[in-house]
Design a protein around this ligand. Structure first.
Ligand code: SAM
Ligand code: SF4
Length: 348
């Protein structure tokens, strides 16, 4: 198999053997997994063109969603296995009515980092409670600084609400706010410099995310992707940048402005896959463990828990999932098949 984007040393270092029973969550290639993404729901109040279809999205049965106590049972085990960072996502995580107690429960487990990715529609009202519960920071998604275009891309959202949410998050102490922007060719890619300028002016870190083949409509085409090289070149022409030295915390590569006006992040999953340093594990809203956005392997922790399994059984599933992780996602391989679940059903 071609292992696109994976260092040769990684693809050759595969070790045979049994799933480890002690130590951190490690895969067969030595990658230690200490970052957990938790989807709180597959539901969303928006219908972004690159994520969900306009109509007809089929949602999971709510009874299949992990309850707060079940999420905390899994995360307590993950914490004991060395997971140090948790990000809450979805769907839209702030649609969960028990989101504040869930944050409080996670904070009590002592994660070094506790963050959330949100579309911002409900953030302004909830930011103080989330901060008081122990949330550290937020990423707010925003794909256009033009109200009409914003509404066209997100289909149901309003720009002014999301900009207000960023302010409210900062006031509540959830900054520095990161702004997730997905540039789409011919749609909003003329705003790359405007977003960079917006981040510089407001002290926000804009993260440009390459459009991935995880859209709910299944119409992704390579020509729709605005690749990292183009984005970086354009920003560099206007405001020179350089890579931030040091190991990149996957997935975002960091670049800083030479004039000291902050930094940007680049999530180049398509053109520069970062599988070789991936430290990430996902828990879907319905309790499946996914070791990669693009993998269809997903053992169900919901079934384990609801059939009486405790910490030892949860640990065994987490360890086996990480151990079974492939060296790379293979987006650029000719035989790549998009996963059955789209982004909102996995948790981006
Ligand atoms: N609803 C929240 C939000 O929009 O921020 C959290 C979930 S959303 C799935 C997480 C992130 O994934 C967002 O920043 C969104 O822009 C991004 N995203 C969704 N679909 C994507 C795709 N097909 N390619 C790249 N990024 C995508
Ligand atoms: Fe909802 Fe986030 Fe997907 Fe947009 S990107 S449809 S806000 S889950």
């Amino acid at each position: 198999m071609t292992v696109t984007g994976v260092p040769v040393s990684l693809s050759r270092s595969r070790t045979a053997g049994a799933v480890p029973t002690e130590g951190p969550l490690v895969d067969r290639f030595g990658r230690v997994h200490d970052d957990l993404r938790i989807s709180l729901t597959d539901r969303c109040n928006l219908r972004c063109t690159y994520c969900m279809p306009a109509q007809g999205m089929v949602f999971q049965d709510r009874a299949d969603h992990l309850e707060a106590g079940e999420i905390l049972a899994v995360t307590a085990v993950a914490r004991s296995l060395g997971v140090s960072a948790v990000r809450l996502t979805g769907g839209e995580p702030l649609l969960r009515r028990d989101v504040v107690p869930i944050v409080a429960g996670l904070a009590a487990l002592g994660f070094e980092d506790l963050a959330m990715t949100t579309n911002g529609s409900r953030l302004a009202a909830l930011a103080p409670d989330l901060a008081a519960a122990g949330l550290r920071r937020v990423n707010v998604s925003c794909d256009s600084l033009d109200p009409d275009r914003f509404a066209a891309i997100r289909r149901r959202g309003r720009l002014e609400v999301v900009l207000g949410a960023m302010d409210a998050a900062e006031e509540a102490g959830l900054g520095p706010v990161k702004v997730n922007m997905v540039p789409l060719a011919g749609v909003n890619d003329d705003e790359i410099e405007a977003f960079a300028g917006f981040g510089r002016d407001r002290g926000r870190i804009v993260r440009f995310i390459e459009f991935m083949p995880l859209d709910g409509e299944g119409t992704w085409a390579r020509g729709d992707v605005v690749v990292a090289d183009e984005i970086l070149e354009r920003i560099n022409r206007r405001w020179p940048i350089e890579p931030v030295p040091g190991p990149d915390p996957a997935p975002a590569s960091r670049f800083r402005y030479l004039d000291g006006a902050g930094e940007i992040g680049m999530v180049a999953s398509v053109s520069r896959p970062f599988c070789g340093t991936c430290n990430r594990l996902r828990l879907t809203a319905d309790g499946a463990v996914r070791n990669c956005l693009f993998s269809d392997e997903e053992p169900s922790l919901r079934q384990v828990i609801r059939s009486g399994g405790g910490p030892a059984e949860i640990e065994a599933v987490l360890r086996a999932s990480v151990w079974g992780k492939e060296p790379g996602h293979g987006i650029n391989d000719p035989g790549f098949l998009r996963p059955a679940r789209s982004m909102s059903m996995i948790g981006g």
